[in-house]
Design a protein around this ligand. Structure first.
Ligand SMILES: [Zn+2]
Length: 316
């Protein structure tokens, strides 16, 4: 395992001696922004301030961590079922960290695996930081980030470093991801996001296949696997809902309207506030609210009950 990721797996390992659920995901799973719902003068005031993670990180206290642990959906499930929540100790996540937390902690006490999709942009070119090809080795860049930075430099007439040029050349030569040009974008008739996606589509489909073959299918040999759709509209629509294998494993999410949704983007819009920022606009925090975490927990519990996994403390 690379040192770039090892630090994420640090948490009290004694939890693994108890029945637990492994949760892979990102800041949506981790519960970013929930501390804004603590009813103390400090946090009530913070609802008026810009509070994305860059601003929130330095304001964390024992109280905010413990509030998050209780109120994020893995914590709500823990309090109802007693199954310990095994969640990445750090906020955020990509396809490597979200699968590592599961692969490195899966044991005989694992009751279920819940995997919440992040954005497809957060994948490594060849899906894993273990890859040592000329693109992936050393700093382990994510192709989408390199490509966006490249475009930004071109549009601003900035110098392209040799390192960046070599990565962009690699993408064109080995992954058929053409170098960005305004004229190609215009010729495509697509908007910017869809044009970039059309270039990256074949490699992203390979990323999804890798996730299924190297992770999900392996997890399914020992445990029930519950997938939660991505909050990213394009990832949801183009990479998850277009894949029957994944759609089958997506759990229905209980909406605020009482209906059930496999699409996260459709589900979140049933709530009075689809993200924290729509309740507290100054925060600009684009994460789920406490009530959404509760509904996610209810949805997972419903899915486990359907599979006969005991969810009441006295049945275990
Ligand atoms: Zn590679």
């Amino acid at each position: 395992m690379s040192a770039t990721n090892e630090y994420r797996l640090v948490f009290p390992k004694d939890k693994l001696k108890y029945k637990h659920i492994l949760y892979g995901g990102d800041s949506f799973t981790w519960g970013e922004g929930l501390e804004l719902y603590i009813d103390s003068p400090f946090w009530i005031n913070e609802r008026n301030n810009h509070n994305e993670w860059t601003e929130l990180e330095s304001k964390q206290t024992d109280e905010s961590y413990s509030f998050r642990n209780k109120n994020r959906f893995p914590g709500v499930i823990e309090s109802i079922t007693s199954y310990k929540q095994i969640v990445d100790s750090l906020n955020g996540g990509d396809y490597q960290s979200s699968t590592d937390i599961i692969n490195y902690n899966l044991n005989e006490n694992t009751v279920a695996i819940v995997y919440q999709f992040t954005s497809i942009d957060r994948n490594f070119l060849h899906s894993t930081i273990e890859c040592e090809c000329d693109f992936c080795r050393d700093v382990k860049p994510k192709p989408f980030n390199v490509y966006l930075e490249y475009i930004d430099r071109i549009l601003n007439n900035q110098k392209i470093s040799d390192w960046m040029q070599s990565k962009i050349d690699y993408l064109e030569k080995y992954e058929n991801i053409k170098k960005f040009s305004i004229s190609d974008l215009e010729k495509s008739g697509l908007d910017f996001g869809m044009y970039i996606d059309s270039l990256f589509n074949p490699s992203r489909l390979k990323n999804i296949d890798y996730l299924i073959e190297h992770n999900i299918k392996k997890w399914k040999t020992t445990n029930k696997v519950y997938l939660i759709d991505s909050w990213c509209h394009e990832t949801s629509r183009r990479y998850i809902h277009s894949n029957p294998y994944l759609v089958d494993l997506l759990i229905p999410l209980k909406g605020y309207d009482g209906k059930w949704y496999k699409s996260y983007p459709e589900w979140e819009h049933t709530f009075p506030h689809s993200r924290i920022m729509y309740q507290y606009p100054n925060t600009v925090n684009g994460h789920p609210t406490p009530i959404q975490h509760q509904y996610l927990a209810d949805s997972i519990i419903a899915a486990m009950e359907k599979d006969g996994i005991p969810t009441s403390k006295k049945l275990q």
